[in-house]
Write a protein that binds this ligand. Sequence first.
Ligand SMILES: [Zn+2]
Length: 56
Amino acid sequence: MASSADRDAFEVCGRCGEPLAGTDWYPATTRLRADGTRLVFSFCDRHCLAAWDRPD
Ligand SMILES: [Zn+2]
């Protein structure tokens, strides 16, 4: 069962917080935390993904 955190990851952009419509494809990525928890992040477009992935 998906947690509320998983659901939220697909409802708003992981970087800018822009709501995602849910009907289109959005770029997403995952991070594996040290404790083994897999975090999923989705983004409104590839630019937000790139900026989030490389903050510099
Ligand atoms: Zn965004």
